[in-house]
Design a protein around this ligand. Structure first.
Ligand SMILES: [Zn+2]
Length: 210
């Protein structure tokens, strides 16, 4: 199934990605800055027995240097009970990024994230924001017998984070929910999707129309 034609960055990344296995339902690309010294590499699949790679890292010189991480689902939807979301495209990406710092992140994915992946992506951004804030924590100072602990400043540069998808993921039991989208929004993700890919339910947060 081809990704929505409005997801131009995903279309372009998939064209450049020679390693994509056939018949992947969910595909995604994440562009993160800055680009650390990482060369082109394939990512192993997270779920045991997948028999295919989980994705590819494509360094690019766009925007002063960025990494594009292309991933896809490595299993079937029916694997959910056995492996959780470990076969999902977002999980392959998360495994690569979880310990890496970034200053901006932009994702285009064929389908909206399931509840488990939404949780994961919110956590990724929250933990990066926490690391960025702690770097800016002022030094401790000694005044007489007292030690004044440096306070965290709120001047940490915001981390631009956008998430665009083409189709609403509606497969139980982890279909995208308004609550999981609110969780993403609260973490700082700005979201965009076609009207048909946005839940109709009350409580859906503001999502830009693609
Ligand atoms: Zn998922």
């Amino acid at each position: 199934m081809a990704a929505d034609r409005r997801l131009l960055r995903l279309q372009e990344a998939l064209r450049r990605c020679s390693a994509q296995p056939a018949n992947r339902v969910v595909t995604m690309v994440a562009r993160v800055t800055p680009a650390p010294g990482v060369g082109i590499r394939d990512l192993p699949a997270l779920d045991p027995g997948a028999g295919i790679a989980g994705g590819t890292v494509l360094p690019t010189w766009i925007a002063g240097g960025a990494l594009e991480i292309v991933t896809w689902n490595t299993g079937e939807a029916s694997d959910l009970r056995r492996y959780g979301n470990r076969s999902h495209a977002e999980a392959q990406f998360y495994e690569f990024m979880r310990d890496r710092d970034f200053t901006s992140i932009e994702i285009e994915i064929s389908h909206s994230p399931c509840t488990a992946c939404a949780d994961m992506l919110a956590g990724l951004l929250n933990s990066m924001k926490a690391r960025a804030a702690s770097v800016l924590r002022g030094p401790n100072r000694r005044v007489g017998k007292r030690i004044l602990v440096g306070s965290a400043t709120d001047t940490a540069r915001p981390i631009p984070a956008t998430l665009r998808w083409g189709t609403l993921f509606e497969t139980p039991p982890q279909a995208t929910t308004p609550q999981s989208l609110r969780q993403l929004q609260a973490a700082g993700w700005r979201m965009a999707a076609p009207r048909t890919a946005i839940p109709n339910d009350a409580g859906t947060p503001a999502i830009t129309l693609l």
